[in-house]
Design a binder for this molecule. Sequence first.
Ligand code: KG4
Ligand code: ZN
Length: 334
Amino acid sequence: MKDTVILALESSCDETACALVRNGNEILSSKVASQIDVHTLYGGVVPEVASRIHIENISIIIKEALEEAKMGVEDVDAIAVTVGPGLIGSLHVGVLAAKTLALAYHKPLVPVQHLTGHIYANAFVDKLQFPLLALVVSGGHTELVLMKEDYDFKVIGTTQDDAVGEAYDKVARVLGLGYPGGPIIDKMAKEGTPRYPLPRIHTDEPLDFSFSGLKSAVMQSIRRLERNGEELNVADMCASFQETALKVLWSRVSLALQQYDVRQLILAGGVAANSRLREITEQEMKKYPDKTCIIPPIKYCTDNAAMIGASGYIAYKKGIFAELDIEANSSLEM
Ligand code: KG4
Ligand code: ZN
């Protein structure tokens, strides 16, 4: 069978990325220009700044990805791009670059929804086995997705307020730990004991999530310590927050695994890089010897373009193409 090479672009948040992916599961090159250093100065992503830096970086990153793969745009079969969801100004930059390449080189344009990219990052590890359950945990989303086959996405649980990654970032900010909070809390929690009691927030729908109350509970707990003149142990608070958040996540996953007869569990999104979530998942999955589990390599958990190439490959095979007048959509659903 003839190989299919996808040139993929991702610019939905604060990473400008380009990758070349062969047959949906082989990375020929993957380049990511992170803006974290800049946004750290502001304690979070500043949308206007993000889109401006994307403009500066996008051509350079495309050139680097092509060079590393030793290919030209003429050698690829299609251009895939993240169309949404994300920051609208940031998305525009990637979409415009992709449209330009598609027009200039007469290549089909494949629109990719960002979260499907996170899901298909797992294809770099192993073949997906359907039906599967995906736990999608990122800075903007917390979703349980049931997939009966490729590109069939059914959201069976979602967050009612903050995403889990957002909760990590906000709690880190309250603790004065910097941005992005996830990796810092992950590291600090290893040195702490989860000794501060925090509530597991109830949701009306048993498979839904809620994290804003947990963030507030952390703040209240800190205030209480201050009032009582007790010293806050930051590492212990990180461990307490993390254990509670991950317990909430896994309680929903366990329930979904009981309710739906799936063959596989996969993790997806930036929070899937969390060492404790990876550990708990491996432990918990021992209870399900009939099911397989994939956890993507850490560098393909956070935003990158290789995952967009993996998802774009499936879309390409399914004949999902966009016209050149397609626009970025900041709230695009799966
Ligand atoms: O998927 P992603 O790169 O971007 C979005 O699509 O949102 O996810 C970013 C989120 C941030 O909230 C970040 O704090 C979180 O993923 N994150 C982590 C870890 N690494 C990144 N959260 C917990 N533990 C980590 N090791
Ligand atoms: Zn993402």
